[in-house]
Structure formats: C-alpha cells, structure tokens
Design a protein around this ligand. Structure first.
Ligand code: RIB
Length: 311
C-alpha cells in the first residue's frame, strides 16, 4: 500500500438538478422551492472526486451520454485530476441525471434516471483489466447494473485489490454475493433495507452491522450520520467512531465523501479505526457546503477539522 494509494472507482456519473425547499412535498403536493443549481454528481463520480481531493490517485470506469451534460461532467472529472481514459461516451443515450430536493435541515431526497450509467457492462471491465492490476482499492456503489458490480468484485479479487462496496441505493433484496467484499459500508437507511432490521441506537446498530458481516463482508462500516460511524469486523472487533460537529447546510453526498476517505485511508494502509475517523471528518465537512462534488473536502481541510476536534 502506498502513501498515494491507487484507487479505481467503477461507478455512476450524473448531472444533479437540485432545489432547496423548506419542506419535502407530500405525494400529490406542489411546494415552492428556491435556489436551483445544476452541478456534477453521481455516487461514483462524487467518490472519485473525493478520492482525488483527499490525496488518492484515482481512475474511473463509467459512461456518460453523448450530450452537453456528458461533456461537462467529463471535463469536470478531468479538472479534478481523475483519470478518465476509461470513461466512455455512449452514443444515442442521455447522461445520468439526479433530481434532488434539499430541505431546511439539509436532508435530501433523490431520484436518479440512470441513462448511460445503465450501459456500463461487464465487458467494459473485462477490456480494462490493467486498471484493476494497477489499483490498491476498488470502490463500488450500486447505481450501475448489478452484473457489472459483480464483475468488478471478481476482477478486483483476481488482481489482489481491496474491495469497498457502498451499497447505495440498496436493492431489496440485496444479492448475497455482493456482500462478500472487504468492506461493506451502507448508511443506516440502506442497512435497514438490506437486513430488514431497524437501526436506531447503539445496541441495535451493532446487531445490524454484525448481520452485514455474517453475509460475507470482512468488515462492515455503518455510516450513522451525525452519530459518527460503527465498525464491526468478521474477526470479532466492534467499536463506534465519534462524530465531528459541523453546521449542516446540505447532506447530499456526505456518504460519498465518507466512502472516498475510507478508501484513501485503507488504501494507504491505515487501520480501520483511523480510516473511519478520517472518513467521519470528511463526511461531516461535505455537509457544510451545498451540492455534491462542489462540497467534497480536501485532505488539508479534513486534517484541520481532526486537529480542531481531537478524538
Ligand atoms: O450520493 C449523492 C448522489 O446520489 C448525487 O450526486 C446523485 O447524483 C445521486 O447519485
């Protein structure tokens, strides 16, 4: 493992169309929002930008549409230092987009139209095995077709990479084989969908994370939002990792910042506890700005917060 770990993100690239609204609309209701923004997002691309800002060397495999959104998103990824030679432009298909509403508490609701992301196939990966060979960590989410994610896990294993899966959005039911990764890192809502158990306080959270480990992960790192995170490992360790306090503006992509930081920590050889601490700080900072990639923190910002609030 290296100081500047090589991290491969196989994931989605979306244009985020976001509106702030005092309240979330009920079904059938129209509410007046404010502050429309359009900016690059997608769980995969957010994590790739997060990795690059946090000190990792990042390459991405994915697809954009042959449209202005695709060109803007690709340009943005490149400007962040993400290697995009394996991001394809898909003719005749729209780029992925996400409709996002952020309420007065900074909580968000998201609907994604996958577009070109749904065209990322296992064959796209089989032709790119050099990217796996060159990587310490492979970072995955679930906005691509599941057979593609499954193929990525297989190639990562074959080439000796650690696999981190952020199972977002969580399918119901969750295919068991996708849980067989080095680190499985859902948020509370996703963990509840996958396990069918409500995670509400420390003891119950622990049961939920332990359940994820019994499904085959070497470790589960549960993202608890303002309560920090919780780590359970297959070899019997269990601990909570304290949160960092910040003023929350928008929680969009906080989980992506967390996962990106976790990958950087693990990729550079830090232990899981230190990696989760680094991830908690990155996730907290991502809540202090509006948007997804626009709010990804840098390594320096994360280290400053950790220095300010020693744990
Ligand atoms: O995790 C936040 C992301 O989810 C947004 O950027 C949106 O594109 C969706 O993929």
């Amino acid at each position: 493992m290296a100081d500047r770990p090589n991290i491969l993100v196989v994931g989605s690239i979306n244009m985020d169309l976001a509106v702030r609204s005092r309240v979330m609309p009920e079904p059938g209701e129209t509410v007046i929002g404010e502050g429309f923004t359009m900016s690059p997002g997608g769980k995969g691309a957010n994590q790739a930008v997060g990795v690059a800002r946090l000190g990792g060397a990042c390459r991405m495999i994915g697809r954009v549409g042959d449209d202005p959104f695709g060109r803007t998103m690709l340009e943005n990824l490149r400007s962040e230092g993400v290697v995009c030679d394996y991001v394809e432009t898909t003719e005749g298909v729209a780029s992925g987009i996400a409709m996002i509403i952020v309420d007065a508490n900074g909580e968000n609701s998201i609907v994604v139209a996958g577009g070109a992301n749904r065209r990322v196939t296992p064959d796209d990966l089989f032709g790119r095995t050099d990217a796996f060979e060159a990587s310490d960590v492979v970072l995955l989410q679930l906005e691509l077709p599941l057979p593609t994610v499954r193929a990525a896990i297989g190639l990562a294993r074959k080439h000796g990479c650690k696999v981190i899966l952020d199972p977002a959005p969580a399918p119901n039911p969750m295919p068991e084989d996708l849980c067989e990764v080095d680190i499985f890192s859902p948020n509370v809502g996703e963990a509840e969908i996958i396990t069918g158990t409500k995670a509400v306080e420390e003891k119950v959270d622990k049961n939920v994370a332990a359940d994820l480990v019994t499904r085959g992960a070497d470790a589960a790192v549960l993202k608890l939002g303002h309560r920090g995170s919780l780590v359970v490992t297959a070899d019997g360790h269990f601990y909570t990792v304290k949160p960092y306090k910040v003023d929350v503006m928008d929680t969009t992509a906080a989980g992506d910042a967390f996962t990106a930081a976790l990958a950087v920590g693990v990729g550079r050889g830090d232990n899981l506890h230190d990696s989760a601490k680094f991830a908690n700080a990155a996730g907290a900072l991502a809540c202090t700005g509006f948007g997804a990639q626009t709010a990804m923190p840098t390594e320096q910002e994360v280290l400053l917060l950790m220095e300010d609030q020693p744990k």
